[in-house]
Design a protein around this ligand. Structure first.
Ligand code: NAP
Length: 334
């Protein structure tokens, strides 16, 4: 088979990171993004950076840039990398243009994006994928991977071969729902990081913020238990133990969780970026999912609910919280 062609719908941090690696490996990729973002790439090209390898620069003439979903018409694979608030619109945009056999892959956070895509694209193959590491736009036209990690997705040999060639090995998982629930536990930190105003490594180094995350994770684990969900184990620590580890004093945590603090000094959650840019956040698909799941099983998730409210407030009126302030606020909600 000739090389598969790709389109990325939502050419932001993750879309440019995935698509850029594929272009560097010689694959055709149509980047579909907002006009202002595509203008930056047209002027500067795209730089892929990490703290462990020299950056890779793609010149503007190596990039196929578009602002409408019809650019995905020739793609064998469409990688959906919009934020969850944009999935329904993206799916509707795609429906009119997808080639009959193209495969759609969601590389988004949250629990319901593949289902939303499947509902809008009946008869299409939609695969769930997961990005376990952090990527930020560290400068115009530069996407920076802030920590190591291995992508996960439902199995597809052609897709995995292309990603492997592009230096993005993918682990095949038959339990993507459990993987997504485990990832959601980690993503409960996105809101805490965004409200802290700190880089991830600094924020996770401070016990008061970690205790906020532990509160959120305990509520989530209780809701999962009630719903009969067993989150996958993605790291060295079992999900049920993580809240305890998060609550350890800073010096002990630094020793016990040294691997999880191997984060680039610049890394921040993408929710922080959203607040900086005045964009709506994914909070309803993160803490909001826990609140809804708890309510569906006769429980409450007050710390998560308070964070939903605080992040929505910060979308219109930015403010940062110290760790002790935020912990007191979440504790008072319980
Ligand atoms: N960044 C990370 O570190 C990271 C890591 C793991 C997973 N994820 C997940 O990956 C997904 C993408 O995150 P991200 O950080 O890459 O987001 P992002 O930087 O905001 O990129 C998404 C881009 O797509 C654009 N867009 C939205 N709808 C579109 C449409 N219909 N047509 C064209 N462009 C459209 C957005 O523009 P507007 O902002 O104007 O809508 C934005 O520029 C999220 O679910 C996130 O939670 C992110």
């Amino acid at each position: 088979m000739s090389k598969p062609r790709f389109a990325v719908l939502g050419a932001g941090s993750i879309g440019c990171h995935l698509g850029g690696h594929l272009v560097a490996a010689g694959y055709d990729v149509a980047f579909i993004g907002r006009p202002a973002a595509m203008d930056v790439l047209a002027e500067r090209g795209l730089t892929l950076s990490t703290s462990v390898r020299p950056p890779v620069h793609l010149t503007p003439d190596q990039l196929t840039l578009a602002t409408r979903a019809d650019a995905a018409a020739d793609a064998d694979y469409v990688l959906v990398t919009v934020k969850t608030v944009g999935t329904e619109t993206a799916a509707k945009d795609l429906a009119a243009h997808l080639a009959p056999n193209s495969v759609v892959v969601s590389f988004q956070n949250g629990l319901h994006n593949p289902a939303t895509l499947r509902a809008a694209l009946p008869g299409r193959t939609v695969l769930a994928g997961m990005v376990p590491y952090n990527v930020v736009q560290s400068a115009p036209g530069t996407v920076h991977q802030g920590m190591p990690g291995r992508l996960m997705a439902e199995p597809d040999d052609t897709l995995f071969a292309a990603f492997g060639e592009a230096g993005l090995p993918v682990e095949a998982r038959a339990d993507m729902s459990e993987v997504q629930h485990a990832k959601l536990l980690m993503n409960l930190n996105n809101a805490i990081n965004a409200l802290s105003g700190l880089p991830l490594r600094d924020q996770l180094g401070l016990r008061a913020y970690r205790r906020c995350l532990a509160l959120c994770q305990r509520e989530a684990l209780a809701a999962y238990r009630a719903a009969g969900v067993t989150p996958a184990r993605l790291g060295p620590t079992a999900p049920g133990i993580t809240p305890y580890v998060l609550g350890l004093p800073d010096a002990v945590f630094r020793r016990v969780a040294a691997a999880s603090l191997k984060i680039d000094a610049r890394a921040r959650s993408s929710m922080w970026e959203d607040l900086q840019r005045g964009r709506p956040t994914e909070i309803d698909s993160l803490q909001g999912e826990i609140v809804a799941l708890a309510a569906a099983h006769g429980q409450s998730a007050p710390a998560n609910a308070r964070l939903v409210a605080l992040v929505h407030a910060a979308e219109s009126t930015p403010r940062t919280w110290t760790g002790p302030e935020l912990y007191a606020e979440l504790s008072a909600a319980r």
